[in-house]
Design a protein around this ligand. Structure first.
Ligand code: FES
Ligand SMILES: [Fe+2]
Length: 381
């Protein structure tokens, strides 16, 4: 079966605009950990597609999300992360909001706005949900979080990220020269593992791994041992044993998946030793940002950033322009993936590109078709 999306889905700014309007404006996206917001007033601002959002811990203990847009002239209210104290103050004309979004103060209200109804000018809410300590937001306040997480309820990774033996490593910020969907499609493609990653992952072959579809989400399993599913292929488990790697206590991964793709743009990798969450954000049709938050076992986890090819300390970003040797000599499978995705983007930019047949099988390229069908469903709504 050929690809269901033609080149324009990956190269056209018009397509991206529609994607922002129809897909990202009503998608659940990973926004952080619940423990990022410890005390009332703790907030984090985020850019999600066309939207500016912030998440804030309430006095009641709840987490809420709002559109980060002042109801007066539209200034974004909060930046980065921090604590707002009791109120959110717009820097432009000092309209002041309570952390639950209500408009509280308007300077010179009697003189300047004799008829103003403050109740009509609360901050616009966005939807928020927490699943296994991960916070997701959706710009559409009516979005249903249960629908999003239901397919994962009894299949999700067992890790407890708040446990004492788990530690967070510095996040990775990739600047990718490819459309965000090319990166997702590569991540769910089981056909390339033994070839592109011959020197790193070295497999598994298409019948030794499988992706399972759960609504729009997918879960990957190593299936190279009879009647057994695992988060890692046998080869990697043997290697880990040889290195005497110590597992995270909560992460007994027997029977669990190793990669969880949450539609549209969250990729979770879960092994007995590590846990990571990547979010892909389109910046233009042909470029994207990927932020990866990573967790490991206390005492064993290290800051690996300076060993990652293309890491620039000044901007804290990873970029292929800064590679000093060929990707296939890097010994890093993620670098191999970035390299190949950027090469696919170049090929798709060529007017000569025509979609070729995809390999069939749930451990091959069927998951690419599933992803594309979900994209088309969202785009045609
Ligand atoms: S734009 Fe926020 S107070 Fe004027
Ligand atoms: Fe790969």
């Amino acid at each position: 079966m050929p690809s269901k999306l033609d080149a324009k889905a990956y190269v056209s700014e018009d397509w991206l605009r529609t994607e922002n309007e129809k897909l990202f404006s009503r998608s659940w996206q990973f926004a952080g950990l619940e423990t990022d917001f410890k005390t009332p007033g703790d907030y984090q601002a985020l850019e999600l597609g066309l939207y500016q959002i912030f998440i804030i811990r309430q006095k009641s203990g709840d987490l809420k999300a709002f559109h980060n847009v002042c109801r007066h002239r539209g200034t974004t209210l909060l930046e980065g992360k921090g604590n707002t104290g009791n109120s959110i103050v717009c820097p432009y004309h000092r309209w002041t909001y309570v952390s639950d979004g209500r408009l509280k103060g308007v300077p010179q209200i009697k003189n300047c706005f004799p008829d103003l109804d403050r109740q009509k000018l609360s901050l616009k809410p966005a939807a928020i949900g927490v699943f296994k300590d991960l916070v997701f937001v959706n710009p559409d306040p009516a979005a249903d979080f249960t629908d999003f997480v239901k397919p994962l309820q009894d299949k999700a990774w067992p890790h407890d990220l708040t446990a004492k033996d788990v530690i967070e490593m510095p996040p990775l910020h990739y600047k990718l020269n490819c459309n965000w969907k090319i990166f997702v499609e590569n991540a769910v493609d089981g056909y390339h593992l033994a070839y592109l990653h011959e020197k790193t992952l070295g497999g598994p072959l298409v019948d030794e791994n499988l992706w399972e579809q759960h609504d729009d989400h997918m879960i990957w399993y190593a299936a190279d041992e009879q009647d057994m599913r695992h988060s890692l292929p046998v080869k990697n488990r043997k290697e880990a044993k040889a290195w005497r790697a110590r597992a995270i206590k909560s992460a007994d991964m027997t029977g669990y998946g190793g990669v969880y793709f949450l539609f549209p743009n969250t990729l979770i990798t879960a092994t007995p030793y590590t846990f990571s969450i990547a979010r892909l954000i389109p910046t233009t049709a042909g470029t994207s940002d990927m932020t990866v938050r990573q967790f490991g076992r206390k005492g064993d986890a290290r800051d690996e950033r300076k060993h990652i090819p293309g890491y620039d300390k000044v901007t804290d970003t990873i970029r292929s322009e800064l590679w000093t040797k060929p990707a296939l000599e890097s010994g890093d499978f993620q670098t191999e993936d970035v390299w190949i995705c950027e090469k696919v983007q170049k090929g798709l930019n060529s007017p000569a590109y025509e979609a070729g047949p995809l390999s069939s099988g749930s451990g091959a390229e069927d998951p690419i078709i599933w992803f594309q069908e979900s994209i088309l469903k969202a785009m045609n709504k």
